[in-house]
Every structure is written in C-alpha cells, then in structure tokens.
Ligand binder design. Structure first.
Ligand SMILES: [Zn+2]
Length: 87
C-alpha cells in the first residue's frame, strides 16, 4: 500500500434500530441503520409496516377514498346496465 493516501480502515459495527449488531470494517465509526436482515419483513415473514413520516397512513386514506369511488361507480354502472336490459 502506498503511504498516506489510504483512509483509516477500522473495525466497527453496524447497529440496527432493532438491536442487532454486525461487526465489520469501515472507514467510518458507528454505523447505524433503521432496518436490517434480522428485522426486515422480507426475511422475517411477518408484516411490519416501515412507516416514514405517516406515508402508510396517507396511502391507506387515499386507498379508502379510491375504493369508495370505485364502489359507487360499479353501483351506478350496474344500475345503468339493468335499465338498459329493460329496454
Ligand atoms: Zn434490524
């Protein structure tokens, strides 16, 4: 290795919000992550909503509104087709 050009590569650990730690080596100390392979829903098989700033609630509100709109449209279409059949 050439002298004085390489960053300091030290032993450190990645700490997840769930408490899991992963020993590794890095040029920075104290890596913190919000989600890791021990707690990510893809690996745990459990559903866990990873909510950032109420995005999930926002989607659920929007989806509920969409479902209501579709339901009313379906109802009006079926009423229209019933009246067309009578003619
Ligand atoms: Zn984790």
């Amino acid at each position: 290795m050439k002298a004085d050009i390489h960053p300091n590569y030290v032993e450190t650990s990645i700490v997840c919000a769930c408490g899991a730690t992963y020993p590794t080596r890095s040029t920075v100390q104290g890596l913190r992550v919000a989600i890791c392979a021990k707690c990510h829903p893809f690996f745990t098989g459990r559903q866990k909503l990873v909510d950032t700033a109420g995005r999930v609630e926002k989607f659920q509100r929007k989806y509920a509104r969409h479902t209501a709109t579709v339901a009313s449209k379906v109802a009006s279409v079926s009423v229209a087709s019933v009246s067309n059949d009578d003619n």
